[in-house]
Design a protein around this ligand. Sequence first.
Ligand code: AMP
Length: 302
Amino acid sequence: MSIVVIGSVAFDAIESPFGKSEKTIGGAATYFSVAASIFAPVRVVAVIGDDFGNEEMKVFEGRNIDTSGIVRIDGGRTFFWSGEYGFDLNVAQTRETQLNVFADFRPDLPESFRDSEMVFLANIAPELQLEVLEQVRDPKLVALDTMNYWIDSARDGLEEVIAKVDLLVINEGEARQLTDEPNLVKASRKLLSRGPRWIVIKRGEYGALMATGDDIFAAPAYPLEQVFDPTGAGDSFAGGLMGWLAAAKEVNDDQLRQAIVYGSIMASYTVEKFGLDRLREITRDDLDSRLAMFRKVTWLPE
Ligand code: AMP
């Protein structure tokens, strides 16, 4: 199955206890598509300025990624995010968000994108997520991610999108913020009542929690000794999860469990180096070998 994604394609400035970068390629749709394309074809809808040149576009090249839905605006500036992490790498503090060319973007999907079977509404303005969703004819699975920036600035639009999706994939902080509920099991139940069939809560180094119907599934994160930069972990997680589902060709509770583990493994690679540096190197074989290790660390005797 093919996946269409809308989300930020960006420049990031990142500071963590382990390093600093003034300008590196980032964006939710960028991390997502690089990750998901290891499993399935991805079509990207986004807008960039002319500061995001052919050199930067190479991040998408040589992969199963169709960039014909990325519009470049002459004289425009690309989305810019600046963030920092303290010793608790689970929480990113936003210093600055500049929407730039995204502020006036009206997505118009290429005809060839409109038959996509899976839709990933990555982190960006809910009104843009909605516009993309309306242009896809008959999606089999629609998933959504968001963050505090949009919960604070576009709450009504966001609630409208949540009601229309099958799967919500969000951070634990955002799950709490959306529900006013500190307990994540209760928060996931509240979120289920707003429409989605599956809620997946990302918990950084503590793994992920899925709720569907009356069931709960908890997966640990792959235990890593070296975490360098957590930026993009959430989007890589979603890319691994959606990519794996697209390749599985079927979506049910069992597939979701496996997809979550592939998402965790994908994210475990992303955080090992700065920005996209590590994710860009990995292959399907890397994922499978880490899956074997994952089975070992989670194995339970009868
Ligand atoms: P994460 O996977 O959650 O670490 O997401 C990191 C990416 O999200 C960064 O590369 C940023 O460019 C992007 N980002 C940060 N804030 C926003 C926002 N408000 N809307 C869309 N994308 C964002």
